[in-house]
Design a protein around this ligand. Sequence first.
Ligand code: CTP
Length: 420
Amino acid sequence: MRIFGSTGPTLTRKRIVLGVTGSIAAYKAVSLLRALVRDGAIVQVVMTQSAMKFVTPLTFEVLSGHPVSTEVFEAHQEMKHLSLPEQADAIVIAPATANCIAKAALGMGDDLLSTMLLTSQCPLIVAPAMDGGMWTHPSVIEHVGTLRARGAIVLDPEEGPLASGRIGHGRLAEETTILEAIQTALAPRRDWQGQRILVSAGPTQEPIDPVRFISNRSSGKMGYAIAEAAQARGAQVVLVTGPTAVPIPRGVEVVSVDTAEEMTKAMSTRLAWSTAVIMAAAVADFRPMHPVSQKIKKQGRSEQTLHLERTTDILASLSAQRTTQLMVGFAAETNDLIAHAQDKLTAKGLDLIVANDVTTEGAGFGSDQNAATLIDRQGGLTELPLMPKRALADAILNRAHELLQSRQSHQAPTPIAGGR
Ligand code: CTP
């Protein structure tokens, strides 16, 4: 069946999981389902136990043309909490209760819908509906903030008469608003189009002799994830990288270096070309003063002294030379995270710093996950919980993009020196 009159881009053959939770607004999910099907989406409905008290699964089953899933463990069934999100292009929860939002934010999995969210990698759109002032409860505000920081689209409920008869914020967003949010989430984001980003990644290696060097534990994964995400969002990206084992992201120009000195040159010569610099590399702060061209022999010595000298602080020097570029740095810390990061933000003249506690379990060097706090020049803090590095890269780019836009709207356009 095809009903004409839909607005906006088509959702043809997009696989959408529609989560319905226990709110009086559950009946509106029926109409949303019809609109999604009308726009060509393949919709699988997942209901919570309380949702079934408001609308029967049969209604959704008939309109979606697919069985409704309600249980994690259904006899003779595949593992729905894994298979549904794996196949989905987006998960939409409408209506979402305060309980469902809290479980999603806290990572609880006590039913099919909440467990699915723990395994899903696709965009999440949440349309809350709640009565009795719950929307402004500090706990709900905090959980909504957590989900948004992780990249979920959480729509604001609308103001108006609620089921209880009160007037307040809590009505499910209009169907067109939910549909627009789904379309936005599924459309490739090109918000960095027209920007030129210089990203650094990985460790540097400072030679002692032809077979030995000083280096650090950086894997390069975070910087590569940023380069990949920025490219996917439309930016032109040059990635200056120390030695790593990470595959080169498609569409990104790569400049390979070994030492801090080589990285300094590679970054400085491209500064004028760039509109933003994201310095994720773990640059060695010291290098051997006298690297030698032949292998150092033990020659019966029981001790050996290595004299080190400071390398250039690349970020500070780029920041001192910048014209209009947005400067983003990282702070890898083991203690006093925020204070140390704030000091670096000021000392290096940055717009944004990504503060990273490298002792956090499951985060930091070598891991595929990371957590961070973003600190901007005005002292604004955004806490980003443990998440895949690619998701963190997007969250960093979201904040950097906001700052870039407010910078560029306050600045008269400055001619960019050509070439790189
Ligand atoms: N950085 C740099 N050049 C250096 C050292 C660091 O550009 N020689 C950059 C890093 O890429 C990072 C930021 O500066 O974006 C902070 O790096 P970090 O290692 O956390 O701190 P340091 O400035 O080296 O200070 P310390 O080692 O004392 O913590």
